[in-house]
Design a protein around this ligand. Structure first.
Ligand code: ATR
Length: 280
């Protein structure tokens, strides 16, 4: 039996949170690496977020993930926000440091880029223009990730034009807001198309977009993972594009978070992917 001191506790704070796949992902790694610890669901209502975050240290937690609706609100509750997370404007990973202070990170940007690299190891952000559909919270992490990796021309299309314009103004070059009605034309010469809207998700209308102008070598990615094969990805595959589903981002964002708490950078194995796929 390990002593309490060597038992590492982590979890995911959200509301609602019961549907989260994170306990299955982190639990798998805890077993795989023979570690002493657990990763638990932390259902925390928005009005209790401050108490819950401040209570992590006393409860002996190494940290936790933050999910909807806490990713933005938690930023003002930590002692330090990592610069990348500050640019994104949200934290998804909280770390209780050795001195008891709290640090906030965002691993979604890493997770997204790594999901592309897993699908195409020689992928480069500067291979050509990128079209990003959607300007919500998920789009922010992806836009920052692509800009950091050297994307030179990012065409941002959103149903509500003011949100795309506000993001383009906030992040500056290389992001340009393009009207939603011109999303098919925006694909001209693109090397990557990303869907960050909820269109195509189970129970939602499919994303309507003609891929005719998209060069065949372009990558098509959808951050949705229920279903794994969205109508967009099916259409892309039918045209011969490499299609990247949202499960890769979900699995990869968990890796640096796990390393922060457990001290091991976990591998993403086909076995883990199958395990999580079976829960979708
Ligand atoms: P997330 O944090 O997952 O990005 P979000 O912040 O609610 O979620 O953003 C959802 C995105 O999907 C937004 O870009 C939204 O467009 P609006 O800004 O115009 O709301 C987009 N979206 C949702 N439903 C849509 C629809 N029916 N047609 C087009 N875009 C839609």
């Amino acid at each position: 039996m390990a002593s309490d001191k060597h038992y590492t506790l982590a979890g995911v704070m959200g509301w609602p949170v019961a549907h989260s796949r994170s306990p299955a992902i982190h639990g798998h790694w805890i077993r795989q690496y023979g570690l002493h610890g657990s990763y638990v669901l932390l259902p925390v209502q928005p009005e209790h977020l401050g108490d819950a975050v401040r209570g992590l240290r006393a409860l002996g937690f190494a940290g936790c993930n933050l999910t909807i609706p806490h990713k933005v609100a938690a930023m003002s509750l930590v002692d330090r926000v990592d610069p990348l997370a500050a640019r994104i404007g949200a934290i998804n990973t909280l770390v209780v440091e050795k001195d008891g202070t709290l640090a906030g990170y965002n691993t979604d940007a890493y997770g997204y880029i790594q999901s592309l690299l897993d699908a195409q190891p020689d992928w480069r952000a500067d291979a050509g223009p990128v079209t990003v559909l959607g300007a919500g919270g998920a789009a922010r992490a992806i836009l920052v990730a692509l800009a950091e990796r050297g994307a030179k021309d990012i065409r941002l299309c959103n149903r509500s034009p003011d949100k795309a314009q506000a993001l383009a103004a906030e992040f500056g070059a290389p992001i340009r807001a393009i009207p939603w009605e011109q999303r098919a034309e925006a694909l001209d010469g693109c090397a990557l198309l990303v869907n960050t809207t909820s269109l195509g998700m189970k129970g939602q209308a499919p994303l309507e977009i003609s891929l005719d102008r998209l060069p065949r070598q372009a990558l098509v990615s959808d951050i949705i993972y229920v279903p794994l094969e969205t109508p967009l990805l099916a259409a892309a595959r039918a045209r011969g594009h490499v299609a990247v589903d949202g499960l890769g981002m979900l699995l990869n964002q968990a890796r640096p978070a796990f390393e922060h708490w457990f001290g091991v950078r976990p591998e993403l194995t086909p076995e883990l992917r199958r395990l999580i796929e079976a829960t979708l």
